[in-house]
Design a protein around this ligand. Structure first.
Ligand code: NAD
Length: 254
């Protein structure tokens, strides 16, 4: 039996992964704003501390894996909430649990998105995130658009992951990220229902090369593999699970 902690286990991809890991006999500690072992609002400093303290209390011997899966869609308002939950809470919880991961030579599986490459690495919002300047990132993004807020948060998370691979690996901790395409979860339902972004997102869903959008299990199956012993040489990988969407948009970039 392994011990995993995750955020965002109440619904969607996180709920499916939690169920699969538990079904395989593992212990899963779930942090979420709605329901879970630890109730915490990850958009706040207090919530992030409660999440880290709660996991530490429930897994004193260490973690085999941590999956910061909680996330908000591009239609969440104010847009700064997206930066707070999708980027700053992810970094704070990973850093807060680092020593528990080192104890068991565990791995972190970040949840990026196939939208991450849609924002340039040198975008000022992405750079504010990576500089750890939450106030500047939040102030800026509240004046921009939902797509940038969301995709930029995922671009920043992925860059943070890649930049910390060597440092974490020195302590025995591997960092990887999964990049799902459009997946039918409550998050996507919120986007589909949005007057501004809904129709563009549905059109993108109709263009997925394999001919369908994903179900949560399509993503969780791969995540479970990425967390398993069979994937123990995986380190620093960004794994697109998107039905071919990224290859369609950026055939020559990888
Ligand atoms: P979801 O809405 O079903 O799940 C998100 C979870 O995060 C929920 O359980 C929610 O309660 C939790 N959460 C939200 N705000 C929180 C907060 N402030 N504090 C604590 N928990 C909070 O959505 P999902 O589609 O399963 O998303 C899971 C992850 O996958 C997210 O990081 C999302 O960005 C990413 N993702 C989703 C898609 C997609 O198309 N659905 C595509 C790419 C990436």
């Amino acid at each position: 039996m392994r011990t995993y902690a995750m955020t965002g286990g109440a619904t969607g991809i996180g709920a499916e992964l939690k169920q699969q890991l538990q079904g395989a006999g593992h212990k899963v500690i779930s942090v979420d704003i709605k329901e879970g072992d630890i109730l915490a609002d990850l958009s706040t400093a207090e919530g992030r501390k409660a999440a880290v303290d709660g996991v530490r209390a429930l897994a004193p011997d260490g973690l085999d894996g941590f999956i910061p899966c909680a996330g908000l869609p591009p239609v969440a308002k104010p847009l700064s909430l997206i930066a707070k939950v999708n980027y700053f809470a992810v970094v704070a919880t990973v850093e807060g649990l680092r020593d528990l991961l080192e104890k068991k030579k565990g791995s972190v599986l970040f949840v990026s998105s196939n939208s991450a490459p849609m924002i340039q690495a040198d975008d000022s919002y992405v750079q504010s995130c990576l500089a750890g300047n939450e106030e500047a990132a939040c102030t800026e993004i509240d004046g921009r658009d939902g797509h940038t807020a969301y995709a930029g948060s995922k671009r920043a998370v992925t860059m943070w992951m890649r930049r910390h691979v060597v440092e974490y690996a020195a302590g025995g901790v591997r960092l990887n990220a999964v990049a799902p395409g459009i997946t039918m979860t409550p998050l996507t339902e919120r986007v589909y229902a949005d007057a501004e972004l809904g129709s563009a997102m549905k059109e993108f869903g109709d263009m997925v090369p394999v001919g369908r959008t994903a179900q949560p299990a399509d993503i969780a199956n791969v995540m479970r593999f990425m967390l398993s012993d069979e994937a123990s040489y995986l380190c620093g990988s960004l794994f697109f699970v998107d039905g071919g969407s990224d290859a369609m948009l950026r055939p020559d970039d990888f």
